[in-house]
Design a protein around this ligand. Structure first.
Ligand code: ZN
Length: 151
C-alpha cells in the first residue's frame, strides 16, 4: 500500500509541476474562474464546446497547490473529446468518490481509475476542495457562469 501511495504522490507531483494543457486557447467559447480561498487556489478553465455539445478543447491557467493543479491537469486530459453530459457525469462520480460516497476500486470506468491517485484527499475535507476546484469551475463554465468559489 505504501508503494501505491508513493506512486500516487509521484503522479500528483508530476501533474502539479508539469501541468498538461496549461494555456489559454484563442478559440475557447466558454470560461470560468474558480477560487478556493481556503487554500489560495485560483484557476481559470477554458472550454471549446462544439454545436453538438462535444468538448473539443479544454485548458486552464492559474496557480494553486499541487493537488488543485494536478487535478485540473488530469481533468483536461480526461474531458477532451467527451460530451458535456459525459463530463458532468464523470464529475458527479469523482465527487462522490473524493467525498467517500463511492468506491472506485475495481470501477469499470477507465477515466475514473485515472483519478484514483487523488484518493488521499478523502481524509482531508479541505483538500477535497482543492481536488474538485477545476471540476466545479468546468461545470460553471458549461452553465454559463463565469465565476465559482468553494466558499
Ligand atoms: Zn489547494
Amino acid at each position: 500500500m505504501d508503494d501505491l501511495r508513493d506512486l500516487y504522490q509521484e503522479v500528483i507531483l508530476d501533474h502539479g509541476k508539469n501541468p498538461r494543457n496549461f494555456r489559454h486557447p484563442e478559440d475557447a467559447n466558454r470560461h470560468a474562474e474558480g477560487d478556493n480561498p481556503l487554500c489560495g487556489d485560483r484557476l481559470t478553465v477554458y472550454l471549446k464546446v462544439g454545436h453538438n455539445g462535444l468538448v473539443e478543447d479544454v485548458a486552464f491557467e492559474g496557480r494553486g497547490c499541487a493537488i488543485s493543479v494536478a487535478s485540473a491537469s488530469m481533468m483536461t486530459e480526461i474531458v477532451a473529446g467527451k460530451t458535456e453530459e459525459e463530463a458532468r457525469a464523470l464529475f458527479r462520480r469523482f465527487h462522490d468518490f473524493v467525498t467517500g460516497k463511492e468506491e472506485i476500486e475495481g470501477a469499470d470506468d477507465d477515466d475514473l481509475e485515472k483519478l484514483i491517485v487523488l484518493a488521499g484527499v478523502k481524509q482531508f475535507p479541505m483538500r477535497v476542495k482543492c481536488a474538485t476546484l477545476a471540476w466545479h469551475t468546468m461545470t460553471a463554465a458549461m452553465d454559463g457562469e463565469n465565476a465559482v468559489t468553494t466558499e
